[in-house]
Design a protein around this ligand. Structure first.
Ligand SMILES: C[S@@+](CC[C@H](N)C(=O)[O-])C[C@H]1O[C@@H](n2cnc3c(N)ncnc32)[C@H](O)[C@@H]1O
Length: 197
């Protein structure tokens, strides 16, 4: 059975996206500021807006206007629009928009579901953005990266990211990689980075 076909609700070991939400929910509190580095259809942005609450703020980036429009519609329907700043720009420039420290940054790599599969995240720009996110993170804040690979996403971004995270200074950041080792169809990998000081 493919990873994405596993019945997430009845399994104890949830998929990588679910696990990224679990750890983020443990860390983010009402009033916090957070970043969704890959807005897409807005699932993670809505999730973060729920956690940060009325007094908090979510910055949500995407290079595709279509993604931001879809997310804007969803936020308005849920009454969460006022908590989110939607930014039509690459996440490599997140430091030009976010001037305060944030509690978490979520990356959900790959292409826009229901969109153009040729417009996806790329290793070089993703790594540049993760480095910016590491600087913006507050102590004990968390970065989650759900790494899709195979199919239209290919393999190079995954390899570049896994090479990069092994080089991160262990004294300043704790880095984990969670992967499914007996599934088929390239189930996404979860990378978490916690800032220690
Ligand atoms: C898998 S989707 C994200 C899914 C989304 N988080 C959700 O909950 O629906 C990946 C998104 O990353 C966007 N993207 C690709 N390169 C980007 C970049 N350099 N900066 C910001 N977003 C980018 C794509 O346009 C796409 O919408």
């Amino acid at each position: 059975m493919a990873e994405m076909d596993r019945p997430n609700e009845s399994c104890i070991i949830k998929n990588s996206l679910y696990q990224s939400h679990e750890i983020t929910a443990r860390v983010v509190k009402a009033g916090d500021h957070a970043i969704d580095a890959t807005c897409g259809n807005g699932g993670d942005t809505l999730f973060l807006a729920g956690l940060t609450g009325e007094g908090g703020k979510v910055y949500s980036f995407d290079i595709q206007r279509e993604a931001l429009d879809r997310t804007s519609d969803r936020l308005k329907k849920e009454g969460l629009y006022g908590r989110v700043e939607l930014i039509h720009d690459t996440h490599e420039r997140m430091d030009e928009y976010v001037k305060e420290k944030v509690r978490c940054v979520m990356f959900n790599l790959g292409y826009l579901p229901g969109g153009d599969h040729s417009i996806g995240t790329r290793g070089e720009s993703t790594i540049a953005a993760v480095k910016k996110a590491m600087e913006l993170l507050m102590v004990n804040g968390i970065i989650t990266i759900v790494v899709y690979y195979g199919g239209d996403s290919g393999f190079s971004e995954k390899e570049e990211i896994l090479d990069f995270i092994r080089t991160i200074n262990y004294k300043q950041y704790t880095v984990t990689k969670t992967e499914f080792v007996n599934q088929i169809n390239c189930p996404p990998i979860l990378v978490c980075i916690e800032k220690l000081f």
